[in-house]
Design a binder for this molecule. Structure first.
Ligand SMILES: Nc1ncnc2c1ncn2[C@@H]1O[C@H](COP(=O)(O)OP(=O)(O)OP(=O)(O)O)[C@@H](O)[C@H]1O
Ligand SMILES: [Mg+2]
Length: 269
């Protein structure tokens, strides 16, 4: 535990003194604003979720739909991310971890629903853990089309995604892909994301990605983001894994920070 916390300190220091990686995505260019009424109509045209019961979300540890004491840590994380991202004009955030089951999807869903409470913001959450997609399980909702069909240009975001409230769009997968690296590396994917960003003008796009140390998928995709959040898990993530993961991610994008998930409250060690 001490080693992991020391590693987090080290990473924080490095970020505050480091320079952006050469391979980082170029800074976003100002976009021609779509008239507000048109933009509102485009977002409203995305099919809304059927009601997602609060009990289901809580059972999956998604606690941010309403403000509450349990939502507060995620709200603090959300605000910290927003401040840093706005300062740098970053709009695309990857969430990854060294190894599986660190809590990436839980963090991604909590951040997304917390952002949904910001009435003045629009956000898009995409499940790009294409080998083991899980966001659709969090909402117990099967998307009308697979996210693969969106990324390969077969269907539009309006056809593929679902809307949570007025200002959060979720693009999910129900069926695992057998060769996701090909999709995540493709130029078509880069173009589709660019098109979505121009048309829907989200303030933030969150990409739930696989773990760095188990496949090439995250490495293949990181060129498409502005920054990344790394999730480490108490009593599970090793210092050496976090160190390798942090270095690999930093080669391709800006490391925004590391979340130490499942840290027991009351443990003063
Ligand atoms: N802070 C926490 N405390 C207890 N359990 C948690 C916590 N965060 C996540 N979990 C649980 O751990 C499991 C893995 O979480 P999650 O699916 O978010 O991880 P993941 O990193 O996305 O996993 P994968 O690599 O399989 O995509 C889930 O059962 C989740 O409910
Ligand atoms: Mg996951």
């Amino acid at each position: 535990m001490e080693k992991l916390q020391a590693a987090l300190e080290k990473a924080r220091h490095k970020r505050s003194t480091g320079t952006p990686p050469d391979a980082a995505r170029p800074a976003a260019q100002p976009q021609a604003p779509t008239p507000p009424d048109d933009l509102h109509a485009m977002w409203q045209a995305v099919t809304p979720f059927e009601e997602v019961p609060e009990g289901l979300l809580r059972a999956r540890r998604v606690v941010t739909r309403q403000a509450s004491p349990s939502a507060t840590p995620f709200d603090i994380l959300r605000t910290k991310l927003l401040v840093q991202m706005r300062q740098n004009n970053w709009r695309r955030l990857a969430i990854t971890s060294p190894m599986p089951a660190a809590g990436k999807s839980t963090v991604a869903c909590n951040l997304a629903l917390g952002l949904g409470r910001q009435r003045d913001m629009r956000s898009i959450l995409m499940d790009l853990d294409l080998r083991t997609p899980s966001i659709s399980d969090f909402f117990e909702t099967v998307p009308p089309h697979e996210i693969r069909e969106l990324l390969t240009g077969e269907v539009s975001l309006q056809e593929q995604a679902l809307r949570f409230g007025d200002n959060l769009i979720c693009s999910m997968a129900a069926v695992p892909e057998s060769d996701p690296t090909r999709i995540l590396l493709a130029e078509d994917t880069t173009d589709v994301l660019q098109d979505i960003e121009e048309r829907y003008q989200p303030d933030l796009m969150i990409f739930d990605l696989p773990s760095v140390l188990v496949s090439d998928d995250t490495r293949a995709f990181l060129k498409n983001v502005d920054c990344a959040l790394i999730v480490a898990r108490t009593n599970s993530t090793r210092y050496s894994q976090l160190d390798i993961c942090e270095r690999e991610v930093a080669e391709q994008t800006n490391v925004l920070g590391t979340v130490l998930n499942a840290f027991p409250y009351g443990d003063k060690a």
